[in-house]
Design a protein around this ligand. Structure first.
Ligand code: ZN
Ligand code: ZN
Length: 201
C-alpha cells in the first residue's frame, strides 16, 4: 500500500506525502531482504530522496526560473550543472565522456533535433549548442563518477527539451543504465531505450 502511495506521489510530484510513504516503505522493507532488493522500490526511493533534498535546499530557492539548472546526486553529494558552465573541476573528463557517448549515439542511429536551437548558426554549430544542455553534462558526470550499471538520478528545474529526452533514451540503452529524471513537470524513467512517459510530457 505504501509503495502504491509512493508511486502516486512520484507521478503527481507530492513531495511531502512522498517522503512519508518512502519512510514507511523503507522501514517495512528492512525486514524483508527480498523486498529490499526490489529494484522498483529502490528507484522510487532514490528519486523521491533527491527530489526532497533539492526542494528543501536553499540553492533550489535561489535558482532563477529561466536559467537551466540540473542536479545529480553522486556518492551522497549533490552536484549542480548550469548550461555552458565550464567551471566544474572535472570539465575535461566530462567533455571527453560526452564526446564518446555522442559518437556511440550517432552509431546507434541518433539524429540530433536541432529545431529548438534558435541561434542563427549552421547545423554543426546547432549540434554543439545541444551538447551543452546542462542535463547532458550531468549525465556524463554521473557516468564517469559511478560504477557501471548504477542508475542515475537527475533533477532539472525546467521541462526537459525534446533532444535531451531523445538522447537520454539512447544513452540509457547504450550504457545499460536506468536514468530517472525529474523535470519541472514530470518524472521520466529511462531504461533500455524507452521512457516511462511514452514520449508524452
Ligand atoms: Zn536539452
Ligand atoms: Zn519521458
Amino acid at each position: 500500500m505504501w509503495r502504491a502511495l509512493l508511486g502516486a506521489c512520484r507521478i503527481h510530484g507530492n513531495v511531502e506525502m512522498g517522503e512519508q510513504a518512502a519512510q514507511q516503505v523503507l522501514e517495512l522493507d528492512c525486514e524483508n531482504a527480498v523486498a529490499m532488493c526490489c529494484y522498483q522500490t529502490y528507484m522510487l526511493l532514490l528519486a523521491t530522496r533527491i527530489v526532497i533534498r533539492m526542494f528543501n535546499s536553499r540553492e533550489r530557492k535561489e535558482v532563477k526560473e529561466q536559467c537551466g539548472h540540473t542536479w545529480i546526486e553522486v556518492n551522497n553529494e549533490v552536484h549542480t550543472f548550469v548550461v555552458n558552465d565550464k567551471k566544474h573541476p572535472q570539465i575535461v573528463e566530462i567533455q571527453a565522456e560526452l564526446k564518446l557517448v555522442s559518437r556511440l549515439m550517432h552509431d546507434a542511429g541518433y539524429v540530433p533535433d536541432t529545431k529548438l536551437v534558435l541561434h542563427d548558426v549552421d547545423e554543426e554549430e546547432k549540434v554543439f549548442h545541444l551538447c551543452h544542455h546542462s542535463k547532458k553534462w550531468a549525465i556524463a558526470f554521473g557516468l564517469i563518477s559511478t560504477p557501471p550499471g548504477i542508475p542515475l538520478c537527475i533533477i532539472k528545474n525546467l521541462q526537459v527539451c525534446n533532444d535531451c529526452h531523445t538522447s537520454t533514451k539512447f544513452i540509457s540503452k547504450i550504457v545499460g543504465r536506468a536514468m530517472i529524471v525529474r523535470d519541472a513537470n514530470h518524472f521520466h524513467h529511462f531504461e533500455d531505450g524507452v521512457c516511462s512517459c511514452k514520449d508524452y510530457w
